[in-house]
Design a binder for this molecule. Structure first.
Ligand SMILES: Cc1cc2nc3c(=O)[nH]c(=O)nc-3n(C[C@H](O)[C@H](O)[C@H](O)COP(=O)(O)OP(=O)(O)OC[C@H]3O[C@@H](n4cnc5c(N)ncnc54)[C@H](O)[C@@H]3O)c2cc1C
Length: 294
């Protein structure tokens, strides 16, 4: 059984840098340790919350009453065999992409600017530039307190920024099927995509990525909030990015309450100006749902 750390602030585990303590944090190094941590939580009647890089998480300022799990060791390792990239659920996209390029395997370039892990990518069915996890994932090993099983993208229920993974189900390993591609071509594509990101998004600020899902229709959530005049709008230490209105920046000692207040205001304005009810993309940890629009 992996050693447990106590009262670790979520602010240390999230890219936005907000969030209070979790009573227990486990850092399992392999599937057996992961399963044992999940069984412990079940036996103690504790919820579990697995965190990857925390790049799409907003956690309550007074903390969350859960066993937080962060995958490390074997569960963050990456290897390549027969055109398949095998990664632990905690492996970062950056390392996966690096290993794929070294092996001359393309198809994962779309993930170059998504600062998360394999498991977080599956849970969110993360995507960019017209591709998402469902395009490359062959199968994922899902571990819970009740056992483990390999699931296909269909069985995982991957849809736009959504999976059907339940509470207490952890992606411990993934397999990506990639295609042969020259490393220099992969490098050129990645350089181009990263440059496009830097031009348009606040890549050097603390954020949790897209705040809302893009609504159906031509106007994306970011452009909608920009047209509402919200770029640079600030509450406490949180600010709607002056560079791209689909991001909230931790401008100066932001709290989760500051971010939530901005989300409430953004939804109110989008509804007022465009009649659209924006749905959050960011995952809430220990937080109630946003108040309904009246
Ligand atoms: C600057 C920036 C740019 C971004 N750009 C994009 C983008 O272009 N496209 C996009 O889709 N997203 C984007 N994001 C959001 C985020 O990076 C993705 O959603 C990413 O896939 C989250 O991965 P993570 O490992 O950080 O997961 P976390 O944020 O830690 O967790 C997100 C959810 O996944 C769950 N989870 C994490 N790991 C596992 C696991 N092993 N098993 C089961 N569930 C798990 C968590 O419990 C949580 O519910 C961006 C974020 C930032 C900060």
């Amino acid at each position: 059984m992996t050693a447990l750390e106590r009262d670790v602030p979520l602010a240390r585990l999230t890219t936005i840098g907000t969030g209070g303590p979790a009573p227990l944090l486990a850092r399992p190094q392999n599937v057996a340790e992961l399963a044992s941590a999940l069984r412990l939580a079940r036996d103690e009647g504790l919820e579990t919350f697995v965190v990857g890089l925390g790049s799409n998480v907003l956690a309550a300022d007074d903390g969350i009453d859960a066993l937080v799990v962060r995958l490390e060791g074997e569960l963050a390792a990456v290897g390549v065999a027969d055109g398949v990239l095998e990664a632990g659920g905690g492996a970062t996209n950056a390392v996966c992409l690096h290993r794929a390029r070294a092996a001359g395997l393309g198809g994962f370039e779309f993930a170059c600017a998504i600062p998360g892990t394999a498991g977080g990518g599956v849970f969110m069915n993360a995507g960019a530039y017209g591709s998402d996890w469902s395009d490359v994932l062959v199968r994922a090993l899902v571990v819970s307190a009740d056992g483990e099983e390999w699931r296909t993208p269909e069985a995982l229920g991957l849809e736009y920024r959504h999976s059907a993974l339940g509470s207490g189900e952890v992606v411990a390993r993934v397999e990506y099927r990639l295609v042969l591609r020259a490393p220099q071509d992969i490098k050129a594509t990645v350089a181009d995509l990263i440059a496009r990101r830097k031009d348009t998004q606040p890549t050097n600020k603390r954020t949790f990525g897209s705040v809302f899902k893009n609504p159906t229709g031509e106007l994306g959530a970011g452009r909608m909030l920009e047209l509402c005049g919200l770029k640079g709008h600030r509450i406490g230490g949180a600010m709607i990015s002056p560079k791209h209105a689909h991001f909230i920046e931790n401008a100066d000692g932001a709290t989760t309450a500051d971010c939530l207040a901005l989300m409430v205001e953004a939804r109110r304005r989008a509804r007022e100006e465009f009649g659209v009810e924006l749905e959050r993309e960011v995952v809430f940890a220990g937080l109630p749902e946003l108040p309904p629009l009246t």
